[in-house]
Design a protein around this ligand. Structure first.
Ligand code: GDP
Ligand code: IMO
Ligand code: MG
Length: 427
């Protein structure tokens, strides 16, 4: 059984953590391939709730090896506190593997993220302030610090000094901030080296050997398709590739090994941070979705912007990721609406448009064209099979499937592991 990818089909927070955890018990490896602790993945196991930021959701499945791939950016202090938090709750984290090629989010990257956003003022992206953009910028600029650099003090010193030479000019002269002392950063980073050493490994080799031995590898995306640096709503995006291709570059596993790409799709839409969002609601329906869906950020505690389901976006996610399946989440949240609007196309400057426009200007002008689907009032949270759902809920799912361009193979009807209807097996 080759590799599977599980990724967000919208703007993040679709329920990737729950879906990954559900499969975690049946796979050998769960691998994060991009992003960092900007992610907040909630997993509910029985009466226990876990909020994971950097660790793959497979960490909660005892038989599974969690891996942080080379494409991830790692804040060592966040990682270590996440590990000790889980250890205190009795979770064994000893199997974790971290790529030596993953880049480190340094304290100055976090500072630069925050001051840049402040400087942008009204034009800010609304980042999570975790240093994600500046760390990926350093990686591309070839001045980044990698996990393996922690084990060569001389190289680490040279790299931190080189990076700070430029950054301190910008911090002091442009942003009017204090310079950051290189020796303090180096000391802090060296302090993490021995604590991380047991986990650092050649993850590219390990994952490819595992696949040769027919082990099952699940790639867990952070963020979502519309937050992708290449395929998302640029510039209101994150700085990595959550789309399916990112799973290859972010782990060193070739595309021929991937047999299934599962898009996690919320039954409505949410977004955190700035940027266009055609189906966004500013009325009591939006407020109700936020309240019933518990739409508050796991990482930053910000309220999520809420809106109706957008089939144009779902179709786009199917296309750019080559999705084989959808996992539809949070269908239970829509219980109680008499009619549920679904965006089937956009109207842009008076013209009907069926597909996501590539132009930012057009997308900013896109107005949703809604079709009304009949709702249901029965509690669906105990449904175990598709036929347990009320007819109108079944029709809502079928309509979304038809519009989105890939089969819906599972449906979430609650946050718990067992609150899931499986239609087609993923494994
Ligand atoms: P992620 O970032 O994609 O992992 O998603 P988040 O964890 O940020 O947000 C999804 C939220 O929805 C979490 O609080 C989950 O526990 C919850 N959730 C996931 N699936 C379902 C579902 O089917 N129904 C309900 N009611 N909640 C769900
Ligand atoms: P999960 O994995 C939702 C958003 C931020 C901001 C933009 C850029 O939980 O789905 P960044 O800090 O990445 O430079 O911020 O991306 N963002 C997310 N939104 N879910 C996430 O992760 C996100 N990670 C980043 O709000 O708009
Ligand atoms: Mg999240």
């Amino acid at each position: 059984m080759p590799a599977l990818v599980l990724l967000g089909a919208q703007w993040g927070d679709e329920g990737k953590g729950k879906a990954t955890d559900l499969l975690g018990g049946s796979v050998d490896y769960v691998v994060r391939y991009q992003g960092g602790n900007n992610a907040g993945h909630t997993v509910v196991v029985g009466d226990q709730k876990y909020a994971l930021h950097l660790l793959p959701s497979g960490i909660l499945s005892p038989g599974c090896t969690p891996v942080i791939g080379n494409g991830v950016v790692v804040d060592p202090s966040v990682l270590l506190s996440e590990l000790s938090g889980l250890n205190e709750r009795g979770v064994d984290t000893s199997k974790l593997l971290i790529s030596g090629n993953a880049h480190i989010i340094t304290p100055y990257n976090v500072t630069v993220d925050k001051v840049t956003e402040r400087f942008l003022g009204k034009r800010k992206i609304g980042t999570t302030g975790r240093g994600i953009g500046p760390t990926y910028a350093d990686k591309i600029n070839r001045v980044g610090i990698r996990v393996q650099d922690l084990y060569d003090e001389s190289i680490l010193t040279q790299k931190v000094e080189a990076a700070l030479d430029v950054k301190n000019q910008i911090l002091t002269k442009l942003y009017n901030r204090r310079a950051i002392a290189a020796d303090q950063v180096i000391e802090e980073l060296l302090g993490y080296a021995e604590k991380l050493r047991p986990y650092v490994a050649d993850t590219v080799l390990i994952l490819n050997q595992a696949l040769e031995q027919d082990k099952v590898v699940l790639f867990e995306g952070g963020q979502g398709t519309l937050l992708d640096i290449d395929h998302g709503t640029y510039p209101f995006v994150t700085s990595s590739n959550p789309t399916a291709g990112g799973a290859c570059t972010g782990t060193g596993v070739g595309p021929t090994k991937i047999s299934r790409v599962i898009g996690i799709l919320k039954a409505y839409t949410t977004r955190v941070g700035a940027g266009p969002f055609p189906t966004e609601l500013f009325d009591e329906d939006g407020e109700a979705l936020r309240r019933i869906g518990g739409e508050r950020g796991v990482t930053t505690g910000r309220d999520r912007r809420c809106g109706w389901f957008d089939a144009v976006i779902a179709r786009y996610a199917t296309r750019v990721n080559g999705l084989t399946d959808f996992f539809l989440t949070k269908l239970d949240v829509l219980t109680g609406w008499e009619q549920i609007p679904v965006c089937v196309a956009y109207e842009i400057d008076g013209k009907r448009v069926e597909e996501l426009p590539y132009s930012q200007t057009d997308f900013h002008h896109a107005k949703p064209v809604y079709e009304m689907l009949p709702g249901w009032s029965e509690d669906i949270s105990k449904a175990k099979s598709f036929s347990d759902l009320p007819k109108n809920a079944q029709n809502y799912v079928k309509a979304l499937e038809e519009m989105s361009g890939a089969p819906i193979s599972a449906i979430g009807v609650g946050p718990g592991r067992d609150e899931t209807i499986e239609i087609n097996s993923f494994l």
